[in-house]
Write a protein that binds this ligand. Structure first.
Ligand code: PEP
Ligand code: MG
Length: 574
């Protein structure tokens, strides 16, 4: 038995065999060949084997993920069947007398470079990405190594990876993938957030899981504490079975609060809302009894698509969510691309610090063609529910005014076209940059509401990358520096008669909740699976006892741990 510790990223306990989602070594050397025919035969066998892989993957992907997601594999098969591509490789083998691996690489590099140079043609740029993918597959067959195919998983497994991008995570089939564990990443990296919406346990930032476990070994993942047990003993299995059962019983207890209000012992009411990434997450929101959607991360709509989503496609998605919530508020955040979220068809410049770079509203204000399409879709959808629009990563009042100005222009155009827009539409902003938290009093005069994004606010305030496990000790939600910023935002909004929500992961944190209730945060928005836990915790609180707790916490001497203990002791003595 070996035990590793990482960062607990998604609750729950799972036991299954390890599935290594690790890229094999595809390096090779160039060699001169004498028998071209034999080499071309090798190439044909590799092409055929690749096509047959893709046929299987496509079939399974269509069943488990849907027809649309499966279509990417059609594009891959078309490349393998394209005589221009395969003919060029054969030509190189014949003319240059090089091995098939080298001929494939040279031809693929040429195609990729040509397509990538078409910077104003998103479709061709995406074909470049397809060629890279297909080439990897053919190369793996030439070299006789196996590529991992997560779409082919058809038995219960625990996925082990160095890192998972949000799009890798989106492809995991929750029916078979019981949990995942990665070497790198933090609790607020987007793959961790998605694990919580898929409701599978996850541990990130173990540093060395990929070198500590082998394919097929049995693994227990304890997503509550962040422990991974490799090759457990019978005693370990029995212990974790018990823990899993206790967790299930606790969940059943929380279930009873599903249709209740979020109210404290002394009768103060709060809103407990859920965060979503796609309309598919609506079921989880409703199953967990959330009272609103406090954050719809619309960038996943852009990431799930092979080109910029059209106004109508976006309108349909927003309408589905608003109708699905049947009049309950829905806070939609405009596109937040950049940082760890990339679009294959909208290449962003390589940057030294992507989280400090060209991101979110900065892209929207720069590419207002993309922004306007999204705003029009939102304004049209506003007729179907209670829509609140917010802009991410606002640093200055000027940015907010500019974004809101564009929204007003699009609204005026729609009205002039005879379309309708809801009267009950609020426009707010995320507070996730320290500058806007400090100057919340100025912003509060301009906005209808704030939503505090602690995932970014903490990383920027503490200068600790949210994705980097080495500095995760500095990721301190209870640090008085963070608590004072949060309190400043809430107080500033209330002074202007506005409301403040929180949609960062801290909103669902059990230690944070008593402090936030004490500060009068209006809306708590979190992974849907945390809603009932937080509602149950609120029932135990008496707000009249929380003023002193908050006062002590914002004045402790910079210590995150001291505040954690302060709140834990407080809760224990209730
Ligand atoms: C945040 O920063 O807290 C937030 C909710 O936004 P995201 O995690 O998508 O950056
Ligand atoms: Mg953010």
């Amino acid at each position: 038995m070996t035990k590793l510790r990482g960062i607990a990223a998604s609750d729950g306990i799972a036991t299954a065999k390890a599935y290594m989602l690790v890229q094999p070594d595809l390096s090779f050397s160039k060699s001169t060949i004498s028998d071209s025919e034999k080499e071309i035969n090798r190439l044909h066998n590799a092409l055929q084997a690749s096509t047959s892989d893709l046929e299987t993957i496509r079939k399974i992907a269509a069943e488990s993920l849907g027809e649309e997601e499966a279509q990417v594999f059609d594009a891959h098969m078309m490349i393998l069947a394209d005589p221009e591509f395969t003919g060029a490789i054969e030509g190189k083998i014949n003319d240059d007398k090089v091995n098939a691996e080298q001929a494939l690489k040279e031809v693929a590099d040429l195609f990729v470079a040509t397509f990538e140079a078409m910077t104003d043609n998103a479709y061709m740029q995406e074909r470049a990405a397809d060629i890279k993918d297909v080439t990897k597959r053919v190369l793996s067959h030439l070299l006789g190594v196996t590529l991992p195919n997560p779409a082919l998983i058809d038995e219960e497994v625990i996925v082990i990876a160095h890192d998972l991008t949000p799009s890798d995570t989106a492809q995991l089939n929750g029916k078979f993938v019981k949990a995942f564990v990665t070497d790198i990443g933090g609790r607020t990296s987007h793959s961790a957030i998605m694990a919580r919406s898929l409701e599978i346990p996850a541990i990130v930032g173990t540093e060395n899981i990929t070198t500590s476990v082998k394919a097929g070994e049995q693994v227990i993942v304890d997503g509550i504490n962040g422990d991974v047990i490799i090759n457990p003993t019978d005693a370990d299995i029995a212990e974790y079975d018990k823990k899993a059962q206790a967790f299930a019983e606790q969940k059943a207890e929380w279930e009873k609060l599903k249709n209740e209000k979020s109210v404290t012992k002394d009768g103060k009411t709060f809103t407990v809302a859920a965060n979503i990434g796609t309309p598919k997450d609506l079921d989880g929101v409703i199953d967990n009894g959330a009272e609103a959607i406090g954050l719809y991360r619309t960038e996943f709509l852009y990431m799930d698509s092979s080109e910029l989503p059209s106004e109508d496609d976006q309108f349909e998605a927003y309408k589905t969510v608003l109708e699905g919530m049947a009049g309950k508020p829905v806070v939609v955040r405009t596109m937040d691309i950049g940082g760890d979220k990339k679009l294959p068809y909208l290449p962003l410049p390589e940057e030294m610090n992507p989280f400090l770079g060209y991101r979110a509203v900065r892209i929207s204000l720069d590419r207002d063609d993309i922004f306007r399409t999204q705003l029009r879709a939102l304004l049209r959808a506003s007729n179907y529910g209670k829509l609140r629009i917010m802009f991410p990563m606002i640093a200055t009042v000027a940015e907010f005014r500019q974004a809101k100005g564009i929204l007003e222009e699009e609204k005026a155009k729609l009205l002039a076209d005879g379309q309708t827009v809801s009267d009950d539409l609020q426009v707010g902003m995320m507070v996730e940059i320290p500058a806007s938290a400090v100057l919340a009093d100025q912003f509060a005069k301009e906005v209808d509401f704030f939503s505090i994004g602690t995932n970014d606010l903490i990383q920027y305030t503490m200068a600790a990358d949210r994705m980097n496990e080495r500095v995760s000790y500095l990721y301190q939600p209870y640090n008085p520096a963070i608590l004072r910023l949060i309190k400043n935002v809430i107080d500033a909004s209330h002074k202007e008669g506005k409301w403040t929500g929180m949609c960062g992961e801290a909103a669902g944190d059990s230690v944070m909740a008593p402090l936030l209730v004490g500060m009068g945060l209006d809306e708590f928005s979190m992974s849907a699976t945390s809603v009932l836990r937080v509602r149950s915790l609120m029932k135990r609180l008496d707000t009249t006892q929380l003023t002193d707790l908050v006062e002590t916490a914002i004045n402790v001497n910079t210590s995150n741990e001291e505040n954690q203990k302060l709140v834990e002791d407080f809760m224990q003595n209730l």
